[in-house]
Write a protein that binds this ligand. Structure first.
Ligand SMILES: Nc1nc2c(c(=O)[nH]1)N[C@H]1C(S)=C(S)[C@@H](COP(=O)(O)OP(=O)(O)OC[C@H]3O[C@@H](n4cnc5c(=O)[nH]c(N)nc54)[C@H](O)[C@@H]3O)O[C@H]1N2
Ligand SMILES: Nc1nc2c(c(=O)[nH]1)N[C@H]1C(S)=C(S)[C@@H](COP(=O)(O)OP(=O)(O)OC[C@H]3O[C@@H](n4cnc5c(=O)[nH]c(N)nc54)[C@H](O)[C@@H]3O)O[C@H]1N2
Ligand code: SF4
Ligand SMILES: [Mo]
Length: 735
């Protein structure tokens, strides 16, 4: 047995120096590297360029990569410390199987034997309960090659409909709204357009902590005179430097967007030419927002009428603008409607698809964009194709050498998979790059489901909290141990380059998947010998789809510092800005720039509905959740990096002094927060930067420190995103 169980226990303890945190000691050695590898950060969707220093097959540090145009060498605290994961003692070096008798509950297993066992269990479960009884959960931190392979593996090798990914918790509301309004799901503009905007509107995005490099774009625009408007229940770091802050009540953003559009119409701050020539549906939306006068908008949103009028005036009268949003408006049971409300405001202004006139959702995970395009979503096929469309099915089946009938239909979303596990309909699970025990809402339910599985196999480089329920754990690859492409926040396809080989028995993820296919006797279609071969097939599979990568090559990415999709042929330069006149569009075919047969964008009526669980006498406060700058997602990676742990060692409950005063709570006191689903006790952080009716807790910690014990599993009916951003709670001081 390796170091595994002791270290896992150790990483749960935050106090004092302990061996399981990487401390960065190796960096101080001043060793000359053997080579520098130009690649990108493994964490957020900005995908900053970075050069890794490599010595003796180990990443020992980094150098800035100043030529890469997006970040020009800048990095945030996570990027600076990312290299510390590789040498961590918890790195999985072998396969493991569950063994209640072993310390830590697992014992080492030969890799080949583990693969055989996985194949046997898959066959056993599918023979007894049907193909769909085996589910697959994947992630948007995977390269696009791997995301593509996972979609193909689930449908062609396992023949199951049930594959979905962790972007279901992240990008899907914006994706669904973008498809409804524009027919395409990608940032409309490159970030360089932010610099040319007169007004920058930021809704529900903690830019400085979660998209740190974007802060630089926003601040540079401010230097040139731009006005910054921020909408958030908390005065986040970007809000501290904005020109107008709108302290919205969680869950009320549609009301604000409708209220702003109301004032735009009343004051005739509209682009009539754009509305009549490039869009449809304005009249219905205009009729709908007639009611949303400033008084009503102020009552619902909790923002003053004066601030609403000021925001409308700046937005309405500007000549150029950029609207950005993130999970703050998307993590809602009406997340799609929220995004449609934002888009209506953009379309009415006509400021999109031009220099300095932009709109985008800020993508989340490393490959939040590319990971949602090529078929790891439950209803999608490569090229952002639709699994229920017969033409799309026929095309992809043709590329894979199967008949369309052999392709399963749409499966269910990630949360629904757990409900099916609970009901005994799904009996087996393979997960890669996902930690649902920490990251899904109402996660005590998720833990109970994991214990019900007949068989569960996890592929990861660390034993995350979900994988601790696995029967078999397979050692996959760390970011720097493989190559492939990802698509960053702007829609720019970039290349991750391999710096080191996987250690021990660890294998590149795509090899692990192909080994399982082989052990199942279904090797056909899974004999790739490199990520480049997978990418070349992906290019063909995406050809003619909306997310067309067919003209992108590894060489072109290197030459151009990335290629913006769509890129339909090798002589096409790529598409940094969408919706420009004459740009390639396989749907509109010259009728207009939007991805519909008539070439026009769509206004969508976005009715206001309150959150799934509103406050009442019993649970009188709103809980909202999110992130801090030094921690990343479920924390599997960043909770193992000492300097990042030091910055924010454990979750705190942010509350306003008014609320704290009422409950006799002082900064640092232990406070219990309770919802209808769970309870948590954490130290208070009393700050004036949050609404007095709202508390905020970051979600990067497991077990008793996991705020997802309290969150609600209500989902948006269209996108199926969970409502992480608002539920009702009560708060009391611990005696
Ligand atoms: N440091 C760090 N950076 C990250 C990540 C990380 O874990 N850590 N994760 C990456 C990923 S996957 C993602 S998805 C992004 C997320 O990036 P963001 O969406 O920017 O981050 P969040 O903290 O989830 O939420 C953003 C803001 O929404 C606000 N908010 C809450 N409720 C509402 C509401 O009802 N309306 C409005 N308008 N605002 C509301 C919160 O106060 C918060 O400031 O970050 C990426 N970058
Ligand atoms: N309360 C609350 N909950 C939330 C959110 C919130 O705002 N509030 N945000 C949601 C959002 S936006 C997101 S994106 C999710 C994220 O939630 P998860 O996807 O569950 O979080 P991760 O920490 O990314 O878990 C990914 C796992 O993949 C592994 N991994 C990373 N890269 C690779 C790789 O290349 N190969 C392999 N084999 N493994 C890899 C990591 O080690 C980790 O164990 O959380 C969601 N949960
Ligand atoms: S901003 Fe994102 S991509 Fe850039 S260094 Fe930080 S975590 Fe990495
Ligand atoms: Mo995310």
């Amino acid at each position: 047995m390796a170091l595994l169980p002791e270290n896992l226990l150790a990483t749960e303890q935050r106090f004092g120096p302990h061996p399981a945190y990487s401390t960065g000691a190796r960096l101080e050695t001043g060793i000359e590297p053997d080579k520098l590898v130009k690649t990108h950060c493994c964490f957020c969707g900005q995908q900053c360029g970075i050069q890794l220093k490599v010595k003796d097959n180990e990443v020992i540090g980094f150098e800035p990569w100043e030529d890469f145009p997006f970040n020009r060498g800048m990095l945030c605290p996570k990027g600076v410390k990312r290299y510390l994961q590789g040498g961590h003692p918890d790195r999985l070096l072998h396969a493991y199987q569950r063994d209640p008798a072993a310390a830590g509950g697992f014992c080492e297993m030969a890799y080949d034997e583990a693969i055989e066992r996985v194949a046997t269990e898959i066959q056993r479960i599918q023979t007894a309960y049907g193909n769909d009884a085996f589910g697959v959960l994947t992630g948007a931190s995977l390269t696009t090659e791997k995301a593509y392979l996972m979609g193909k593996f689930a449908r062609m090798c396992l023949k199951t409909a049930n594959i979905d990914y962790n972007g279901r918790l992240c990008m899907v509301s914006a994706a669904a709204a973008n498809k409804k309004a524009f027919g395409i799901d990608r940032a409309a503009n490159p970030w360089s357009d932010i610099l040319k905007a007169e007004v920058i509107w930021i809704s529900g995005a903690n830019v400085a902590e979660c998209a740190p490099i974007t802060t630089n774009y926003v601040w540079q625009a401010r230097e040139y005179g731009a006005k910054i408007i921020v909408v958030d229940p908390r005065i986040t770091p970007i809000a501290r430097t904005c020109d107008l802050f709108l302290p919205i009540k969680p869950g009320r953003d549609i009301a604000l967007f409708n209220g702003i559009l109301h004032l735009m119409i009343e004051n005739d701050w509209l682009d009539h030419d754009f509305i009549s020539r490039h869009a449809v549906g304005f009249e219905a939306v205009a009729a709908h927002v007639r009611d949303w006068n400033p008084k009503k908008t102020a009552e619902v949103t909790g923002i003053s009428e004066r601030a609403i009028r000021q925001a409308a005036e700046w937005w309405g009268q500007s000549k150029s603008s950029f609207l950005l949003h993130a999970r703050g408006i998307e993590h809602h049971s009406h997340g799609v409607q929220n995004c449609l409300g934002a888009i209506n405001m953009v379309l009415a202004s006509g400021r999109i698809g031009r220099e300095g006139c932009g709109y985008a959702t800020i993508t989340g995970q490393a490959n939040g964009q590319g990971g949602r395009e090529h078929g790891q979503k439950c209803d999608q096929l490569p090229g952002a194709r639709d699994i229920s469309n017969p033409e799309h099915r026929a095309y992809v089946a043709g590329v894979w050498g199967i008949t369309p009938e052999e392709l399963p239909q749409a499966g269910v979303d990630a949360y629904e998979m757990f409900r099916r596990i609970d009901r005994g309909e799904i009996r087996g699970l393979l997960s890669i790059c996902f930690n649902p025990k920490v990251s899904l809402p109402d996660n005590n339910f998720i833990t109970r489901c994991l214990e019900k599985l007949d068989f569960y196999v996890a592929i990861d480089f660390f034993l995350n909290e979900t994988a601790q329920h696995a029967d078999v754990v397979l050692p996959g690859s760390l970011h720097e141990e493989d190559e492939g492409v990802v698509t960053q926040i702007e829609g720019r396809v970039i290349k991750i380059n391999k710096a080191v080989d996987p250690p021990g028995d660890a294998k590149q993820d795509w090899r692990v998947i192909q080994d399982i296919a082989k052990a199942l006797g279904r090797e056909r279609g899974f004999t790739f010998s490199s990520p480049r071969e997978i990418f070349d097939e992906l290019r063909i599979a995406s050809k003619g789809g909306i997310a067309d990568y067919s003209g992108i090559t590894y060489e072109k990415i290197e030459k151009q510092y990335g290629v913006f999709w769509p890129c339909p042929s090798e002589d096409h330069p790529g598409t940094p800005r969408l919706f420009e006149p004459g740009s390639w569009n396989p749907i509109a075919k010259g009728t207009g720039p939007y991805y519909f047969p008539d070439g026009r964008a769509r206004f969508n009526v976005a009715p206001y509905t309150p959150p799934a669980e509103d406050v009442d006498d019993e649970y009188p406060l709103m809980l909202t959740t999110g992130r801090v700058v030094s921690q990343y997602l479920s924390g599997t990676q960043t909770r193992r990096i000492g300097p990042l742990v030091d910055q924010y060692p454990e979750p705190l409950i942010e509350m306003h002094p008014q609320l704290a005063g009422k409950l006799a709570i002082a900064n640092g006191d232990l406070v219990t927060v309770e919802s209808r689903r769970g309870v948590i006790t954490l130290p208070a952080m009393v700050v004036t930067t949050i609404r007095p009716d709202t508390v905020f807790v970051p979600y990067h910690w497991p077990g008793k420190k996991s705020i997802n014990q309290l969150t609600i599993s209500a989902q948006d009916p269209i996108s199926k995103i969970p409502e992480y951003k608002v539920c009702a709670v009560r708060v009391r001081k611990e005696k």
